[in-house]
Design a protein around this ligand. Structure first.
Ligand SMILES: C[S@@+](CC[C@H](N)C(=O)[O-])C[C@H]1O[C@@H](n2cnc3c(N)ncnc32)[C@H](O)[C@@H]1O
Length: 304
């Protein structure tokens, strides 16, 4: 067997092992099913395990991002290019992870908090389009971003995304009317402890019996670290996974210290009493962080 196949198999086994085989754990069938899908999704990202059609969808998003990287259209004092490079999720591994999770978990309903210009939403919607099933509602409070996000989905020919503009507090219940029960929720809006925890409280009753809740940037700052600690201790969050893909690779002024960007995954089974936390660190990933970053946008951006 060629070495690279052996290596891929080994990595996949390690993921499955760390997710499942902790001595005190016996996962419910529903949780077990979701864990294996999550392991498959991670495996897809780290081994570039996409079909030709999946690659095509990802490439389309990549091309759009390249176009955006020189787009000088103003959004208040910044530009589309700046929002793309500064606030949007990197293509690899995180955008791909959203895509792969959607491909594997096949949600009917996906709720995103924090649309920006629709980049993370594009990965989610690409997955839904390929699944030929489900819709995504994404919420954005800064109204000038809404038409740009709508343009993102239109340019990609995606029809399964709906952008709702307004303050989260006032539009969340509209989203529940439209979407509940929610299969996957993704919190990537304001990175502060109180709103992150408040949204979890508000959204939880509208989650499906078995659901996944994702928190972006769990190491972004002290508040996010505290919020994530709270979620880890919350009985409603049956399984929590701190997922790091890639070695610590940069010092970013927005982060406290050296960054190893991590995402928090929560698996919820409302009928289960299980409670467990796992740290999953996969170093063999080279993140492409903001590859399209164009320094010329910085001066405009600083006034944003
Ligand atoms: C990190 S960006 C989201 C990036 C996006 N998910 C992506 O990766 O393409 C955070 C977004 O949340 C929005 N936001 C911040 N506070 C908000 C609030 N209270 N209600 C709704 N949106 C909010 C910001 O305007 C910003 O567009």
């Amino acid at each position: 067997m060629p070495n690279f196949v052996r290596k891929k198999r080994l990595i996949f086994s390690l993921i499955v092992f760390s997710l499942f085989f902790q001595p005190e754990v016996r996962a419910s069938t529903a949780i077990h099913g979701i864990l294996s899908k999550i392991a498959e999704a991670i495996n897809m990202v780290i081994n570039d395990g996409y079909s030709a059609q999946e690659k095509k969808y990802l490439d389309e998003i990549h091309k759009l991002r390249e176009r955006y990287s020189t787009d000088t259209l103003k959004i208040k004092n910044a530009t589309v290019a700046y929002m793309e490079s500064r606030f949007s999720m990197p293509h690899h591994p995180w955008g791909e992870l959203l895509f792969s999770l959607v491909r594997k978990l096949k949600p009917k309903s996906f709720l995103e908090l924090g649309t920006c210009i629709g980049i993370s939403g594009a990965y989610v919607t690409a997955g839904l389009e390929m699944n030929n099933k489900g819709k995504m509602l994404t919420l954005e409070h800064f109204l000038p971003l809404v038409p740009v996000a709508n343009r993102t989905f239109k340019d990609l020919n995606f029809s399964r995304a709906i952008v709702l503009g307004g303050e989260i507090d006032s539009i969340l219940f509209k989203a529940f009317d439209e979407l509940a029960p929610i299969d996957i929720a993704f919190d990537d809006h304001i990175h502060e402890e109180k709103p992150v925890l408040k949204n979890f409280d508000l959204i939880y009753p509208f989650l499906n019996e078995v659901a996944v809740y994702l928190f972006d940037d769990i190491d972004h700052n002290v508040e996010m670290k505290r919020a994530w600690k709270n979620i880890q201790n919350d009985k409603r969050a049956n399984i929590t996974i701190s997922l790091a893909l890639g070695v610590p690779y940069m010092h970013h002024k927005d982060y406290d210290g050296v960054v190893r960007p991590r995402i928090g995954l929560v698996i919820i089974d409302k009928k289960s009493q299980e409670k467990r936390h796992t740290n999953l660190i996969i170093d063999s990933v080279t993140p492409c962080n903001h590859v399209y970053f164009n320094k010329n946008n910085l001066s405009i951006a600083n006034n944003f």
